[in-house]
Structures are given as C-alpha cells and as structure tokens.
Design a protein. Structure first.
Length: 163
C-alpha cells in the first residue's frame, strides 16, 4: 500500500491552518487546540516543518509559528519532503539507494519516470489549493499538469500506448 504517514497528514493540516490564519503567529498550544491534534504531535510536526524551511519560529511571549512563504508558493511535495524526506516510491529512485539489483534492473528507468510524475503532481498542488473547497458541482480547484489527462485517455495495444 502506498500511503503518507499520519505525521505528514497532520503536517498538511497544520500548514493549512497557518495559511488560513496568517495575520498572527501561533503557539504550538493554540494550533493543537484549533486542529484537535495532541500537543506533543503538533510540536514534533512543527519542528520538522521548521527544519524543512517551511515555517518561521520565534521564541518569547509574542513568539510562535508562521509560514515562511505565501501559501501559493508552498507545494504539497515540499511539506511531504520536510516530514518524510525525499519522495521515493522505490529504493532505486532514492538518493541513498542500496538495491543489489540496480546495476542490471530492467525497470529502474520506468520507476524513475513514475516517481518523477508523482513528485511533479504533488509539486503542482500548492498549500493555497488545499484551502479552496470544492465547488457546488463537487469539482476540486486542484488542477494537475496536462500529461496526467493525456495518460488517462491512452490505451495499450500490443504493448504500446495509443491515443
């Protein structure tokens, strides 16, 4: 099963809260209460997001957390990477690959292409998009790059793609 971790899901929730409430800095306690996530978990996620360069944190009475950039410039891929590390669907597309099959693997190039497609799809979705609700017709404002649409209409015949 391919799934993001729970901390990453929380990270997107926390970032969405901060994006929707950008006018002031927020303490970890305030954020935890607002999004209904336990304070220790919120602190752990905020630390990862800060280390990833996505949040500014200031100490002191007037301190707290705020976005380091505008929501339309922060991608979902950046949030995932800040919490989980680089996006890599298989061992061979990771920067720290230790796969014994790598030198003679026939599918590594295809896994790299698939990994790049997933990364670019996640990179196209910005934090600002996550704040926008679906419209009355149930259509999400999130738009993916055109190759996804093209790929979905392609068919395979005799092992080759045909539009």
């Amino acid at each position: 099963m391919l799934r993001m971790g729970k901390l990453t899901d929380y990270g997107i929730v926390l970032m969405s809260y901060l994006a929707a409430n950008r006018d002031v800095q927020h303490s970890a306690h305030t954020i935890a209460e607002a999004v209904k996530v336990p304070l220790p978990t919120v602190r752990k996620v905020l630390k990862s997001l800060s280390h990833g360069g996505l949040l500014k944190s200031e100490r002191g009475v007037m301190g707290g957390y705020s976005l380091n950039n505008s929501p339309d410039k922060i991608s979902v891929a950046e949030i995932i990477t800040a919490i989980e590390g680089p996006i890599a669907l298989t061992e061979c597309v990771s920067d720290e690959s230790h796969c014994e099959q790598e030198t003679h693997c026939a599918v590594q190039t295809n896994w790299t292409r698939i990994n790049n497609a997933v990364f670019h799809a996640l990179d196209e979705v910005k934090l600002a998009d996550m704040l926008a609700p679906q419209n009355e017709a149930g259509i999400s404002p999130i738009k993916f790059y055109s190759s996804v649409t093209k790929m979905s209409t392609a068919t395979i015949q005799d092992g080759e793609f045909h539009d």
